[in-house]
Design a protein around this ligand. Structure first.
Ligand SMILES: Cc1cc2nc3c(=O)[nH]c(=O)nc-3n(C[C@H](O)[C@H](O)[C@H](O)COP(=O)(O)OP(=O)(O)OC[C@H]3O[C@@H](n4cnc5c(N)ncnc54)[C@H](O)[C@@H]3O)c2cc1C
Length: 415
């Protein structure tokens, strides 16, 4: 059996290792288009903070790890998949045949269509090479303009602030993390960041970036304001790497469409990680859940099925845990309020504590929290388990902090 995996991030690596255990005699080839050994993007902020070196980001430390497992590493970029002939065509002309194929190509950072976005000194923060470029410019006292305050934007702020830069964040939404946090939560995170000395501008867009004196850049906002910066970091969202699948017959929505076994619509082709679009059990709708724990779990399920086992996933709850300059926030499932749903909300602005619960009938379907890390497991358990809360729903509407009691009373009793 010949297994080919396109993409050597956490999903590709975990899939290769799982395959090796489950299918000892198989041939396993892992294709990656970056020059580094397989590494974790999650570790890049620690590299930028100087807490680890580049080798510290590598997913596996032993130099001979892949050779020992007889996992063949191929450096190259998959340009097309011929699902009829079962071949992956690499840029440059080479091609590889497969019996079973896993697509684990992750996502890429979006560069919005802004004049000047490709100037030197304007970078996304997605790859090792991006991190090197940011480190080179983000010297103490440097003026850094970050475009976007979403998930990745918030994660990298800590690294930037720790480098002693003067940071301005421009976000076009009306609050920080607008696609993951309620208005109250997004604004609470904003005032936390402002308290740490970050200049946060919401409802603002960068319309143009130009060269200023020397190496500096000048960004113009839609308000007409102009901001000078030594470095511009673009954190404006990510998109799955699916373009090379055009014409392959593999169904894609926002990402590669997968079923509970991580199968695509094409026989013997699977997908996992940031590139895949599975079902979120809290909404029943398709979603790309671009976080590392989901990537790794999907990879494990895909690999077991590729090895001939029958394994199904229950779907992956949309789940975000964010540490923004030391303030921990979470959002789960359908965190926003829907017409006809009911919401319980606790706001403690002074202590930076917040909890919002969303109900459909007597089932908790989503939640947002700030500074209440002790409740994370309970919230997840109630939402994922679609636990019927019965009389506890009304108690939670009165006092959402009773969530732990509700969990003990309902979820554990049911178990
Ligand atoms: C700065 C930063 C911080 C993050 N922090 C967190 C965090 O705290 N928590 C969290 O859960 N997640 C975090 N993430 C997200 C996390 O890194 C991703 O969810 C995870 O990397 C997904 O793994 P993957 O294997 O699906 O994709 P990737 O890690 O993106 O790996 C895919 C690999 O495939 C390669 N590839 C793409 N196309 C091709 C092709 N055509 N041919 C060959 N190779 C190809 C890519 O270059 C890449 O090396 C962070 C991401 C970044 C950038």
């Amino acid at each position: 059996m010949k297994h080919v995996i396109i993409g050597n991030g956490p999903a590709g690596v975990v899939a290769a290792e799982t395959l090796r255990k489950a299918d000892p005699g198989a041939t396993i080839t892992l294709i990656g288009d970056e020059p580094e050994p397989p590494y974790s993007r999650m570790a890049l902020p620690y590299l930028m903070m100087g807490e680890i070196d580049e080798a510290g980001t590598y997913l596996r430390k032993g130099q001979d790890h892949y050779a020992r497992l007889a996992i063949e590493l191929v450096r190259g970029r998959a340009g097309a998949v011929d699902t009829g002939a079962r071949r992956v065509r690499l840029d440059g002309g080479a091609s590889l045949g497969y019996d079973r194929l896993l697509i684990a190509t992750g996502s890429h950072a979006i560069r919005p269509d802004i004049p000047g976005i490709d100037l030197p000194g304007v970078h996304v923060c997605w790859t090792m090479e991006d991190a090197r470029r940011i480190i080179a410019r983000a010297a103490p006292g440097a003026r850094v303009l970050q475009v976007g305050a979403g998930f990745i934007g918030c994660i990298i702020m800590e690294a930037l602030v720790s480098r002693g830069v003067r940071l301005t964040v421009v976000e076009m939404g009306d609050r920080m993390v607008p696609r993951m946090m309620t208005p109250v939560a997004g604004n609470m995170i904003r005032s936390w960041c402002e308290g740490k000395g970050v200049d946060v501008r919401v409802k603002a867009r960068v319309t143009d970036i130009r060269r200023a004196a020397g190496d500096a850049l000048l960004a113009t906002l839609d308000s007409g304001a102009a901001l000078e910066a030594d470095l511009v970091i673009v954190a404006a969202g990510v998109r799955p790497n699916i373009d090379f699948l055009r014409g392959s017959g593999i169904d894609c929505g926002a990402g590669v469409t997968i079923d509970a076994a991580m199968r695509t619509n094409v026989p013997e082709v699977y997908a996992a990680g940031d590139v895949a679009e599975g079902i979120d059990p809290s909404t029943g709708k398709r979603a790309v859940n671009a976080i590392q724990p989901t990537a790794v779990e999907q990879a494990r399920v895909a690999a077991l099925n590729m090895a001939g086992r029958q394994v199904a996933s229950h779907g992956h709850l949309t789940l975000n845990v964010l540490d923004t300059l030391g303030l921990v926030s979470t959002s789960f499932g359908q965190w926003w309020s829907e017409p006809g749903g009911q919401t319980a909300e606790l706001i403690d602005q002074g202590e930076f504590r917040y909890l919002s619960l969303q109900f459909a009938g007597d089932v908790l379907v989503g939640a947002t929290s700030i500074g209440l890390t002790e409740h994370v497991g309970v919230l997840r358990g109630l939402i994922e388990g679609r636990v019927r809360l019965g009389p506890w729903k009304d108690r939670l509407l009165q006092d959402p902090l009773r969530i732990m009691e509700a969990y003990l009373a309902r979820a554990q009793a049911a178990a």
